[in-house]
Design a protein around this ligand. Structure first.
Ligand SMILES: Nc1ncnc2c1ncn2[C@@H]1O[C@H](COP(=O)(O)OP(=O)(O)OP(=O)(O)O)[C@@H](O)[C@H]1O
Ligand SMILES: [Mg+2]
Length: 258
């Protein structure tokens, strides 16, 4: 049996659509009969709640795996949807940086080790990681553990700001702990074709990153913003919405990389 593909959804800029992308891509891949594990690496726990899981009621979380080496088997949570399982976040993830001092040399390898457990490597085809909005220890753990990254970029001013720093961080990881870290693609999110601003950002990205842009673009769609408060992916909450169609199209595109 082959190991799962591990992909992180990363951008240190806040509110660009990382969690929306992780949740809805995970749902659509699972719907296409891939066995998907969503790893919620963000102390905010938005991906967990977006799948209808209340993290404050859980005994164990990804935090225990990272800090105490807890067996992930004991922390996995089934979702309402077949083939979609969650490794839930905890607000305690915010303390991982101080819990694992710089003297702990394996501190950047904790997520990789967790994902190498037999429970995960034998039971999933795809692992999708929702990263927090920072380039701190949690995000570096995601970069070290991943085969490739998906970079959501919001179609707005300063969209490209920070992308250079992110690509630099990836380069550092590549020269050290993860030589094969790839970029699967840059995803334009919250696109509004009626505004010249959205079109300008798209043009800019085409100029600088043509080979890396996903063909699928995620439109600004209010249904996508409403779905998380119902604890449902967009494909369940509003299957005929433009947002649902866009994430289905992204899932098809992503599967070409498998
Ligand atoms: N395509 C979209 N159309 C409309 N609203 C969207 C869209 N994508 C995301 N949103 C909304 O924008 C906000 C930010 O999105 P999201 O939480 O996915 O970003 P994020 O990058 O994960 O944020 P953070 O950096 O805080 O983790 C949320 O309220 C979300 O519901
Ligand atoms: Mg998020």
């Amino acid at each position: 049996m082959s190991k799962p593909k591990i992909w992180s959804v990363i951008n240190q800029k806040g509110g660009v659509g990382k969690t929306t992308t992780t949740v809805n891509l995970a749902y659509n891949l699972a719907k296409k009969r891939k066995r998907v594990l969503l790893v919620d690496l963000d102390p905010q726990g938005n991906a967990s709640s977006g799948l209808g899981i209340a993290i404050k009621n859980l005994d164990k979380s990804l935090y225990d795996c990272l800090v105490s080496g807890e067996d992930p088997e004991k922390t996995l949570v089934k979702t309402e949807w077949p083939d979609l399982v969650l490794l839930p976040a905890s607000t305690k993830l915010a303390t991982v940086d101080t819990e694992l001092p710089a003297t702990q040399r394996d501190r950047v390898l904790r997520l990789k080790k967790t994902l190498e457990s037999s429970e995960i490597s034998e039971n999933f085809d795809i692992v999708l990681i929702d990263a927090p909005p920072s380039l701190g220890l949690l995000t570096v753990n995601a970069l070290v553990a991943s085969d490739a990254v998906i970079l959501p970029v919001q179609a707005e001013y300063y969209a490209l700001e920070g992308l250079g720093q992110l690509l630099e961080t990836m380069q550092i990881v590549r020269t050290g702990l993860n030589k094969t870290l790839g970029v699967m693609g840059i995803l334009i999110t919250m696109y509004d074709g009626r505004t010249s601003l959205s079109r300008q950002v798209e043009e800019q990205l085409k100029t600088h990153f043509a080979n890396f842009l996903f063909k699928s673009t995620i439109p600004r769609n209010v249904k996508l913003a409403e779905a998380p408060s119902h604890g449902k992916p967009i494909g369940v909450y509003s299957p005929s919405s433009s947002g649902a169609k866009a994430y289905d199209s992204l899932a098809k595109e992503v599967l070409k990389h498998v």
